[in-house]
Design a protein around this ligand. Structure first.
Ligand SMILES: Cc1cc2nc3c(=O)[nH]c(=O)nc-3n(C[C@H](O)[C@H](O)[C@H](O)COP(=O)(O)O)c2cc1C
Length: 216
């Protein structure tokens, strides 16, 4: 089979259109409808989202994390607080999330500020994870150089042995962040590149959201 040429990669988007009247007044509810559609479709990793943060030098950094909970005020993921992203967030809590669901021709952009969730909530979630995931969180110094794969595996094995018959302690360095949004964008791919784009921006006390259609 001939190799595909990325420069000629393109397709038409023919999903049904999106109009202002179809959108929920709450972007959180709108998001939950779209997330449910993604979960009900054959998409793998529907909860994977790109998280963009900015370092002290103004350099943006992007990586995938998994959305674990949506509350009425924010979007929660879990990570290592002492990782590169943790340091970036400590210096500048402004961040952006991005979901791309190609099978639905949909993209969602969410912007806002990150805050750490409570230690009790992080611990409760940590304890709900499979034991191997708990051991990995305990054993990884995320974003730091590691001499070899062997070093990583040995640390994991040592912790597995140490905590064989007892609960794995929730590490201080591991927990959740909640992104409190101040802007949402819902993008629906349409024919002829005339895509539907709607943004939500909050009023002063964030009780109501204004919806505007943007040019694609
Ligand atoms: C599908 C997928 C899911 C991931 N989920 C998480 C996650 O929930 N939390 C996390 O800290 N890293 C997750 N990662 C790893 C991150 O992308 C990243 O490598 C790591 O957090 C280190 O980022 P940093 O060095 O910028 O802090 C995931 C990666 C992929 C590809």
């Amino acid at each position: 089979m001939p190799n595909r040429d990325y420069q000629n990669e393109r397709r038409d988007y023919d999903a049904p259109g999106l109009s202002k009247t179809q959108l929920n007044a709450s972007p959180f509810v709108q998001f939950s409808h779209w997330m449910q559609d993604a979960l009900n479709s054959p998409i793998q990793d529907a909860t994977a989202m790109s998280l963009a943060t900015v370092d002290r030098a103004g350099q943006p950094h992007n990586r995938i994390v998994l959305l674990k909970e949506t509350t009425t005020t924010g979007f929660i993921f879990y990570t290592h607080y002492d990782s590169d992203k943790g340091h970036e967030i400590q210096h500048n809590p402004k961040a952006a999330l991005l979901f791309f669901w190609p099978e639905l021709d949909r993209q969602v952009r969410i912007e806002g500020e990150l805050i750490k969730i409570s230690k009790a909530d992080s611990q409760a979630y940590f304890e709900s994870r499979p034991k191997d995931s708990q051991l990995a969180a305990l054993s990884s110094m995320q974003s730091k150089e590691v001499a070899s794969r062997k070093v990583l595996e040995n640390t994991f094995a040592q912790n597995a042995e140490k905590y064989q018959d007892q609960p794995i302690p929730h590490p201080e360095h591991w927990g959740g962040y909640c992104l409190r949004p101040n802007k949402f964008e819902f993008w629906q791919g349409r024919p002829n590149r005339l895509h539907d784009r709607f943004i939500y921006t909050p009023n002063e006390n964030a009780t109501l959201w204004a919806i505007q259609r943007l040019s694609p």
